[in-house]
Each structure stands twice: as structure tokens, then as C-alpha cells.
Design a binder for this molecule. Structure first.
Ligand code: ATP
Ligand code: MG
Length: 391
């Protein structure tokens, strides 16, 4: 696996200008694990203005100037460049009050959360590893840098990050780190919902998810209002964070649960829908499959419901066939599938307002029941009959 040209360019430019510069953190971890890094971060002793001068020629964006971070765009690729820093006091348990730029790589690495995330490397060089990160990678263990209690007290999000890395990488949490994060789980209440949600989504879709849920139920309960869930079932569900959250929260108020995590409206609505669908019986005939599609409002949620049922051990082969057959036939199960619309009904003299919607719903019911074909003429006829009935 090759290093991205932009990362090499940034490190070379800074080194040529007389500064120390390394790839650091997650990208080093992933590179050593032969996983493709999500993003590449460079750390340097150069101050932001010095970074800017050394990278003359690249487009540089001030992404986090307060924290000493610039983003260089080289050949269409973004590289985050951050000045070596030591974090100040954490009076609010969340974010350091101030960052202090420092000149030593070691100081910068020591503020990082876990040993596997606290290594630095140059292209072609050996990793610089002050805290035993390589040994922990080999042992597949998540271990805090320094005393775990202190590190979790500084920033309680690390409690969840430890579990996120354990789930995502299929690592274990080293015992002292595990004990500390369990004991300090109530500190999670100081962490913003946005930060929790972002780590939680990743924790829920890794190869180690079920093991983490089984091993740290109290910590998870502190992170979000889950209620009762079957951790092994969660591990068998499709790797889809919102779908898994829906199943984990379906014993309680899913909408409230996702609102508390400050999830976006689309995720909240989808989770609520999937939780409700998951409680329905498995359709046994075409009529039932059609009703499922209607309740799901589309093919995607219907297929998600089938996947949830399958993971639960229900026999869904036949239901799946029925649903897929209806999808292939472009079956009518939404108002928008009807061959007439609101305008047609207004032309017939149906008044605007609730009557319009309920007439369309009634037509859909008839079509889905096989009483009226989904054809314009037949539908207008049926609507006329209903109007007479109403009048
Ligand atoms: P990913 O592959 O998900 O990007 P990552 O390890 O790169 O994982 P980031 O959140 O991108 O995680 O953070 C980059 C690096 O910054 C981490 O590897 C770690 O060294 C450091 N870091 C991030 N968050 C914290 C934190 N809350 N406390 C201490 N160090 C942190
Ligand atoms: Mg990263």
C-alpha cells in the first residue's frame, strides 16, 4: 500500500524547510494494520504560519486555526497538518480550555488517547512508538496512553472511543483500561450528544460490536437510552448503524432516543419506521406483502424489515419472495402509484382538503384489495361512486 502523494509532499516540504513532520495517529495505526486509512494527519513542530509558508504552492485552508490545524489540498487530496501541541486543562470534561504548542513530538503523542493511536511515521521509515503501540497492535488491544482514569477524566468521550476501536478493529480492551472506562462511565453525561452519536454509530457496525455490547452493557446504557436489547442479535443485523439503533431502542421510545442523540430528522424517522416494522408479523401472502410495502413506504424499508426478521431467526424466505415479486411487478402500494391524482379528483368535484386525501387512500385500499384495477377509468368511476356515497 502506497502513501498518498499529498502526504509525502507535505512531509517533504516541511522537512526541507527544517521542521520535523510525521504522519500521526489513526493513519499510522491503519497503515501498520494494512487497512486503508480514512484520513491522513500530519503533525509538525512548525507553527501554523510557518506551515503556510513551507507549503507555498498548495492551497491551504484554515480548518482549525485555534487548535493549530491547517488543511493542505495537494493534487485534489486534503491533508490535515497540525502543530505539535499539548492540551491544557479540561475544566468542563469536554475539550481542553486551551492548546499549547510544543516542540516535542513525544509531548504531542502523549496527549493522544490510545497507544495504537499514538505513533508517528515518515514515508519509508519505522514507526516512532514511545508507548508500546506496536505491541498493542500485535496483541490486538486498546490501551490508554498513561493512567486510564486520568485520561478518561480529561475527556470522557475516550470511554466510548475505546469501545469504538475495539468494535471497529475487533480488538479487546486491555484490563486496566476496561476497568477504568467501566468505573467512569457516568462521566459520559458531560459529553455532547453529537460527539456520542458519532462514535456510537461506528461502534455499532464493527466486527467486534456484539462482543463490545456484551462486555460493556452499563457503559452503553450510559451513552444512550437503549432499554433491553439482544447484543448477539445486533451483531447479526446488517451493518447499518441506524437500523441497529432502531432494533436496540425498539423496546422504548425510538424517536426520543434518537432525538437525545441529536440524530438528524432522516435518521430519526427511519429508525422509528424500522422499529415499528420490525414488530409486524411476517407476511404470509401477497396481500400481506403489499401491506408491508405500504407500511414501509417503499422497497428499502421493506427489505430492511425482512433483514431484521431474518437476523431474528424468522423464516422469511417466502415473504421475501412475495415482496420481491411485487417489486418486480411495480405493484401499487403508495398514493403516488395510483393512476389518478388529486387534480383528477378535484376535476370530479371532490373538495380540496381532507376529503381529497381520504378518497385517494380509499382508492388505494381498493386497488390493494384487488377490488379495482389500477387504471384511470376504473379509478375515476370508483371515485365518482364514493363521492355520491359521501354526498
Ligand atoms: P479514524 O480512522 O476513525 O479516523 P482516528 O484514530 O484517525 O480514527 P480521529 O478521530 O480521526 O480518529 O482522530 C485522529 C487522532 O487524534 C487519533 O488517532 C488520536 O491520536 C487523536 N485523538 C482523536 N480524538 C482524541 C481524543 N478524544 N483524545 C485524545 N486523542 C484523540
Ligand atoms: Mg482519523
Amino acid at each position: 500500500m502506497d502513501w498518498p502523494a499529498g502526504v509525502i509532499w507535505v512531509i517533504d516540504r516541511l522537512t526541507d524547510a527544517g521542521y520535523e513532520a510525521y504522519a500521526v495517529g489513526g493513519c499510522v495505526r491503519d497503515w501498520l494494520l494494512k487497512r486503508a486509512p480514512v484520513d491522513w494527519d500530519v503533525a509538525t513542530c512548525a507553527r501554523p504560519d510557518q506551515v503556510r509558508a513551507a507549503l507555498d504552492g498548495a492551497r491551504v485552508i484554515e480548518t482549525g486555526i485555534k487548535h493549530g490545524t491547517l488543511t493542505a489540498i495537494y493534487g485534489g487530496q486534503a491533508v490535515e497538518v497540525t502543530t505539535f501541541r499539548a492540551d491544557g486543562a479540561y475544566t468542563d470534561h469536554r475539550r481542553p480550555d486551551e492548546v499549547r504548542f510544543v516542540s516535542s513530538l513525544r509531548a504531542d503523542l502523549s496527549r493522544r488517547d490510545f497507544t495504537i493511536n499514538a505513533m508517528a511515521m515518515k514515508p519509508g521509515g519505522a514507526p516512532i512508538d514511545y508507548f508500546g503501540g506496536r505491541a498493542d497492535l500485535a496483541a490486538r488491544a486498546v490501551r490508554a496512553v498513561g493512567r486510564p482514569e486520568t485520561r478518561f477524566a480529561e475527556d470522557a468521550l475516550r470511554i466510548l472511543r475505546a469501545l469504538r476501536f475495539a468494535a471497529q478493529l475487533d480488538f479487546t480492551v486491555e484490563p486496566a483500561t476496561a476497568r477504568a472506562l467501566h468505573d467512569m462511565r457516568s462521566e459520559l453525561k458531560h459529553v455532547s450528544a453529537e460527539r456520542i452519536y458519532s462514535e456510537l454509530k461506528r461502534l455499532l457496525v464493527g466486527p467486534g460490536t456484539a462482543r463490545v455490547l456484551l462486555g460493556f452493557p452499563e457503559v452503553l446504557a450510559e451513552a444512550a437510552p437503549f432499554g433491553f436489547y439482544d447484543a448477539r442479535l445486533v451483531g447479526r443485523l446488517p451493518e447499518d448503524a441506524v437500523l441497529r439503533l432502531a432494533v436496540m431502542m425498539r423496546g422504548g421510545d425510538v424517536r426520543l432516543g434518537l432525538r437525545k442523540l441529536r440524530a438528524d430528522n432522516a435518521a430519526t424517522g427511519r429508525a422509528e419506521l424500522l422499529a415499528a416494522l420490525s414488530k409486524r408479523p411476517t407476511p404470509g401472502d401477497a396481500r400481506g406483502a403489499l401491506t408491508l410495502l405500504r407500511a414501509a413506504g417503499g422497497t428499502e424499508a421493506a427489505r430492511d424489515a425482512l433483514a431484521i426478521w431474518r437476523a431474528e431467526g424468522r423464516d422469511v424466505d417466502e415473504a421475501q419472495e412475495l415482496v420481491e415479486a411485487l417489486i418486480r411487478q411495480n405493484a401499487c402500494y403508495r398514493l403516488s402509484d395510483l393512476k389518478v391524482n388529486g387534480r383528477d379528483l378535484i376535476a370530479l368535484g371532490v373538495p380540496r382538503g381532507p376529503a381529497l386525501g381520504s378518497t385517494l387512500e380509499a382508492l388505494l385500499d381498493r386497488v390493494m384489495a384487488g377490488e379495482t384495477p389500477n387504471e384511470r377509468k376504473a379509478l375515476l368511476e370508483a371515485a365518482r361512486g364514493m363521492k355520491l356515497g359521501m354526498g
